[in-house]
Structure formats: structure tokens, C-alpha cells
Design a protein around this ligand. Structure first.
Ligand code: GCU
Length: 680
């Protein structure tokens, strides 16, 4: 059976006879000097990949021969040290690598070199990818360094193995059988992450349970950390702010209280006895009812700094989330994070990152970039993307998210003039941050294919690739993933790549066109619910966000409304400030317009909304046909899996279309434009 378990690491015999011949000729043996755990797993991975892809075992050797593959660092390999690559390596940092065709003692060889063993591992995965994607390897000269330091998955996994916003089964962490039982999945998880350069994982939900910090669990955390370490994957935990009270027996969790500080310091020291390279804490505080420093009249910096001090001497960091809101604050929810955090710029310790969601509301199909990006020059801001598709049709909708991530990263904050992109904020180049990071809320569970929807794997994959290098195009990343996951046949690649690239815009059209947002079903966020109102908080209802009335639709975030736009730099304000010139994808995000307002197409906004819902739903039908035409390229199990899901998605897109158009029509009181009215 082919259930997708192997992800993009399938290592099946290559089909192209010429390439196969080239690879067999150019890889006569493998020479690795060094025996560290990382180099050991590197060798294992190569053995597995080469025997699978080339259909023959490639011997390990200790002497150089023609066409050998030579791996290592100048430190552990005298051979690499003797080569002329040291000056190039000097520019690659600890995790970068180079892959070069060189002459060694008069013999042609391929070298994979780095400054650290984990760099060698990353280079090896890149080399394996060259084979998987049928690239020419006869004259290689490749070098690569990650643009962002901390490339981290956030698992919203609870200790009872449920996963908040998880749609792919239960948590892969089997706390019950840990620490003695090391599931092969943990190793395969680490391999997959290392193959795309992910170097950290937060094991537990941001809505944290303090028990993870107790010895009974720390011994299990240690077992996972030990398993992941050879793959360069560091473990982090979420810290429940009230833990000193809940598990420490203290009366308070006030971050300025000496006993509380001492408790966290001891706790951190204790964690480091289990996990000597523990990465640090991720914290959700004073948001959605979670405890935090504000419970004691302190601010976010007080809370973050107290935890930062506890881990500083061991090299740990604190990722303090900026996703905060509270309905006791009557203002537009989109403004609250900026309001609370902007005044704290410069007040955080050096080992604190403030982790900011890509947009100011909550992982919608489309949001403008978060106004904090660019506004905190003295505080490293970490990007938080959501890989799991909470608001994006969950595990039944095929949505390739690289275009969404790229749209945010490429957005211009204008804070230091045109070209001050969000990517430059996040990679530290705009404000010279000394610490940089990108987090992705994982879509991983214990489903056989890991992500529920096979194409969800592409979102895990593209998150890792963009965290490593945000300049890669969505198309290039999709191409790599498709070749490794399915086939190198262009007759498959061309239409399916195009389908992936269009899938996010298609989803926006059938869910939330023109800047509409948060009109999903209440609480579960699956399916349409634009009619939701009367809940205990206004900002959990749809009517709060779309503001449809007999006269018009949209959220006025200009000076005549909530003025959230004022949180952005003047360049951004100018771009979005007037309904007449505001880019259409954000029209109803920033403006309330009359139903007869004319958009670029010449249609009224009402007609345009209808067109978007109808064309979005129709596009899913096209996706289904595109997929159906690829049957001969894909094994039956995976083909049928995607086929059935696309049928569900098509139904759901129509559900969205009909629900939203009919609901908004009750206000617009206008007919559905001619030609659209016959639902398909
Ligand atoms: C969303 C999501 C919650 C999650 C929260 C967060 O609101 O629905 O489940 O806890 O984001 O990011 O903290």
C-alpha cells in the first residue's frame, strides 16, 4: 500500500535511465570521516537514499577514489581540511553547507562540506534532493545558509494527545509509552524536519499544561530530545505562567516576586539536567483567558524577562507571543497587540523573541501583515504562521500555503522607506536583530500520512523551505515537493503545480473574498457562518467582522472607523487609505462600502462578491478535473485519497458560496447577477 507515510522521502528507484546512469557513475563510494551521532545518521540516510534511488548499495570507503562522495567538516575530516573550500566555508555560518565537484588527489569527487556536522546533514539532504528531482550532478557548485536562525514547529498538542486545531488524528507524542518506547515515527519526524532545515520543535500546546514541567514528564521530554538531537532538532516547551502556583505550591506567579523568580530559575536548571541543550520557552499569556503577568499588574516585558533570566545562562530563549486580545478592551481586536506591545519596544531581554502571527486577527485565508512588523526596531520579532488549516478548510481542503506565507513576507512595511519588507524585519536585516525566528503551527498528527490531507504535507514542506530561504518562489518549492512526492514527469508536474499555486486564491474566493474575514462557523471554524452573532464576546462573532447592513458591507479601519490603519507606516496608510484606490484583496478589511460601490472590474461590490463566490466554487471543480487527469501518474491509493477529498472540497465550496451569497443578499436586497444564478 502507498499511504503517504514516507512524505517527500520516498527513495524509490529512479525512472530516468540516463540520470540513473549518471548518478551511478558519479557516486562510486561514500567517504565520511568522523563518527558523531549526526554523521552516523547522515551515513544511514545516504545508505537508505542511495540504495533506494539508485537500486544498488554504494560502499563506504576510507580512501579517496574516483567519483567518491566526500562528506565532513574541516574539523573532523583531514581530507576536507586539505581541500580548497575553507574560505568559502567561512561565509556559511554554523548551519550552512556547500556541495562542490572538486579534484581530490587528482580524482574527481563530490564534496559536501560544512562547519558543523548538522550542516553536513543539511547538505546531504540537499544532495539527495538533487537525485530525487533529477538534477544534473556532474559539475556541482552549490552553497546555502539559512536566513533565519530559529526555524521551529509549534505543536498545539495536549498531554492527553488531543491536538488543538489538529485535523490529522491524535498527537504523535505517545506520552504513555515514553520514555522507554521510542516510536519509529519520532525518528522519521526528525528526518523529515532536518531534510527541510527545521531546527526546533515546541512539543506542547500554547494553551499550556504545567504538568509538562514536572519530572514525570521531563524524563519523557528528554527521551524525545535525545532522539531528535542527531538531526539538529532542539526541543522547546510551553510554559504555563501560573505553574509556580499550580505545581510549585507558591501563592503567586507575580513575575517580580523573588520566590517566583527563584522557582522558575530552579525549574529551568532542572530542565537542563534532563535536556542540556533545551531551547527555551514559548508563552501565551493574558490572551483568551490564559494566565499572565497582567494578572499581577505587570506587563508582557516583566513576564518575558523573568523567564528569559531563568534560561539565559544556559543559552535558552523565550518566545513570547503577541497574540493577545480581550473583549474587556472594547476596541477593534485587530489593534490590541500593537497597543500592548509597541510601548514595550526596547524593554525585553536580549534572549526574548516576540512571536507575532502573520496578520492582526487570526490566520485567516487572507490578512494584511501584522502592524507590529516594522514597529519594534529594538525587539526581535518572530513570525508565526499556521500550517494547520484552522480557517482554511482544515484537512479536507487542498490549499497550498506558500503563496500566503510569501504574500506576508513580501509585504512592504515602508518603515525605512519602500522595500522594507516583512521578510527583512523577520530575517533581522532591517533592524539588525541578533536573534531571528519563524514558527509554524504544525499540521501533524498520527494519521498514516501525517497531515490528514496528502497535500497538507506540502505546507509542512514549504514552511521549512521558506524559513530557510524566504526568497524561494512558491512555484519552485511546489516543484521540488511534487517531484519528490509523486513523479518527475512534466505532464504531471505542470498542471498540478499550477493547481497548487491557484489553490489559495481559489479558497479566498469561495470563503472570504475582497477582504472579508472571520465569517467561519462558530468556534470550530469549519464551514460558513457569516450569520453568527449574540455570542458572549463580540469579537467571536461574524457580524462584528463583516458589518453587513442594508446599506453596505465591510469593516471601516480608517480614521472614520477603528483607525487600525494608523498603526501602520504612512506608506501603508496611503496604499490602503481610500476605498477607491485600496487594493481589492483588502477592500472590505479596511473599508465599509455601499453595495453599489464600483470595483475595478466595473461591477458593484455586491455583484463582485457574487462573482468571486461563484468563480471560487467553480475553480474547485476545475481542480478536481485536473487531478482526475493525472491518474496514470499516481498510485491508486494516493490518487483516490486526493480525488475523494477534492469531491468533498467541491461540495464545501458550494456550501460556502450559497450560504454567504444568500446571507449577504438578505442585506443587499439585490439579485444574483445574471449568468450566475444557476448553481452548478
Ligand atoms: C486561535 C485558535 C485557538 C488558539 C489561538 C492561539 O484563536 O482558535 O485554538 O489557541 O488561536 O493562537 O493562541
Amino acid at each position: 500500500s502507498d499511504d503517504g507515510y514516507r512524505l517527500w522521502q520516498r527513495y524509490e528507484l529512479l525512472k530516468d535511465p540516463q540520470k540513473l546512469q549518471q548518478y551511478r557513475q558519479n557516486i562510486s563510494g561514500v567517504l565520511i570521516q568522523g563518527t558523531s551521532p549526526t554523521l552516523t545518521v547522515t551515513r544511514q540516510e545516504l545508505d537508505m537514499a542511495l540504495s533506494g534511488l539508485l537500486g544498488q548499495n554504494v560502499k563506504n570507503q576510507s580512501e579517496i577514489t574516483a567519483n567518491a562522495l566526500v562528506l565532513g567538516t574541516p574539523e573532523n575530516s583531514p581530507l576536507i581540511k586539505s581541500l580548497n573550500v575553507t574560505s568559502k566555508l567561512a561565509k556559511l555560518g554554523t548551519e550552512g553547507y556547500l556541495i562542490e565537484t572538486v579534484a581530490v588527489k587528482g580524482q574527481k569527487a563530490t564534496v559536501i562540506a560544512a562547519n558543523s556536522d548538522v550542516g553536513v546533514l543539511y547538505g546531504t539532504f540537499q544532495f539527495i534532493k538533487l537525485l530525487q528531482t533529477n538534477q544534473d550532478i556532474t559539475r556541482l557548485s552549490i552553497s546555502s545558509t539559512p536566513k533565519i536562525h530559529r526555524r521551529i514547529l509549534n505543536h498545539w498538542d495536549n498531554l492527553n494527545r488531543t491536538v488543538e486545531r489538529g485535523y490529522a488524528g491524535f498527537s504523535i507524542w505517545d506520552w504513555h509509552k515514553l520514555p522507554d518506547y521510542i516510536d519509529q515515527r519520532y525518528i522519521d519526524y526528525a528526518r523529515a524536519n532536518a531534510s527541510i532545515g527545521i531546527n526546533g520543535t515546541v512539543l506542547t500546546n500554547v494553551n499550556a499544561n504545567a504538568l509538562i514541567l514536572t519530572p514525570a514528564y521531563l524524563v519523557k521530554v528528554k527521551a524525545l530530545a535525545d532522539t531528535f538531537r542527531p538531526y539538529g532538532l532542539k526541543v522547546y516547551l510551553t510554559a504555563r505562567f501560573s505553574a509556580p502556583v499550580e505545581i510549585g505550591g507558591l501563592k503567586t506567579a507575580d513575575p517580580l516576586d523573588e520566590q517566583v523568580k527563584a522557582w522558575w530559575k530552579n525549574k529551568a536548571d532542572e530542565i537542563y539536567t534532563y535536556v542540556p541543550d533545551f531551547g527555551g520557552f514559548l508563552v501565551k499569556a493574558n490572551s483568551e483567558g490564559q494566565p499572565g503577568p497582567q494578572n499581577y499588574g505587570r506587563n508582557h516585558a516583566d513576564g518575558a524577562n523573568m523567564l528569559a533570566d531563568a534560561v539565559a545562562d544556559k543559552g535558552g530563549i523565550v518566545m513570547w507571543r503577541a497574540f493577545v486580545y480581550d473583549n474587556k478592551v472594547p476596541d477593534d481586536r485587530a489593534k490590541q497587540a500593537f497597543t500592548e506591545f509597541k510601548p514595550l519596544d526596547g524593554k525585553f531581554r536580549k534572549n526574548v523573541l516576540v512571536q507575532v502571527k502573520n496578520g492582526p486577527i487570526d490566520f485567516q485565508p487572507r490578512e494584511p501583515f501584522h502592524p507590529l512588523f516594522g514597529a519594534m526596531p529594538q525587539t526581535p520579532l518572530m513570525m508565526e504562521f499556521q500550517i494547520t488549516q484552522e480557517y482554511l478548510g482544515q484537512a479536507t481542503n487542498l490549499v497550498y500555503q506558500a503563496p500566503l506565507y510569501k504574500e506576508t513576507l513580501d509585504a512592504d512595511t515602508f518603515v525605512k522607506g519602500a522595500g522594507s519588507t516583512v521578510a527583512k524585519v523577520v530575517d533581522g536585516s532591517l533592524h539588525q536583530y541578533n536573534l531571528t525566528g519563524m514558527a509554524g503551527v504544525a499540521n501533524i498528527g498520527n494519521d498514516r500520512n501525517w497531515t490528514g490531507h496528502l497535500f497538507g504535507q506540502a505546507n509542512w514542506y514549504c514552511f521549512g523551505r521558506l524559513a530557510w530561504d524566504h526568497t524561494l518562489t512558491s512555484e519552485k518549492i511546489a516543484d521540488e515537493w511534487l517531484r519528490m512526492t509523486f513523479t518527475n514527469e512534466t505532464a504531471f508536474l505542470n498542471p498540478i503545480n499550477k493547481m497548487m499555486l491557484q489553490s489559495r486564491e481559489t479558497l479566498v474566493n469561495y470563503m472570504t473574498p475582497l477582504g472579508l474575514h472571520h465569517i467561519m462557523g462558530y468556534d470550530h471554524h469549519y464551514g460558513p457562518g457569516p450569520w453568527i452573532k449574540d455570542k458572549k464576546r463580540a469579537d467571536w462573532t461574524s457580524v462584528y467582522y463583516h458589518k453587513a447592513s442594508p446599506e453596505g458591507i465591510g469593516f471601516d479601519r480608517t480614521a472614520t472607523g477603528s483607525n487600525a490603519l494608523a498603526q501602520y507606516a504612512p506608506g501603508v496608510q496611503k496604499l490602503y487609505g481610500k476605498a477607491e484606490t485600496c487594493p481589492e484583496p483588502f477592500l472590505l478589511w479596511f473599508h465599509h462600502v455601499k453595495w453599489d460601490f464600483k470595483v475595478k472590474s466595473g461591477r458593484t461590490v455586491w455583484d463582485e462578491i457574487c462573482h468571486r463566490y461563484y468563480s471560487g466554487a467553480a475553480m474547485v471543480g476545475e481542480m478536481r478535473k485536473t487531478w482526475d487527469a493525472t491518474q496514470s501518474y499516481v498510485d491508486a491509493e494516493r490518487f483516490n485519497h486526493v480525488k475523494m477529498l477534492l469531491l468533498i472540497q467541491e461540495k464545501e465550496a458550494r456550501w460556502w458560496r450559497d450560504a454567504c451569497v444568500l446571507y449577504f443578499q438578505t442585506f443587499a436586497q439585490r439579485p444574483i447577477p445574471a449568468g450566475l444564478e444557476k448553481p452548478t
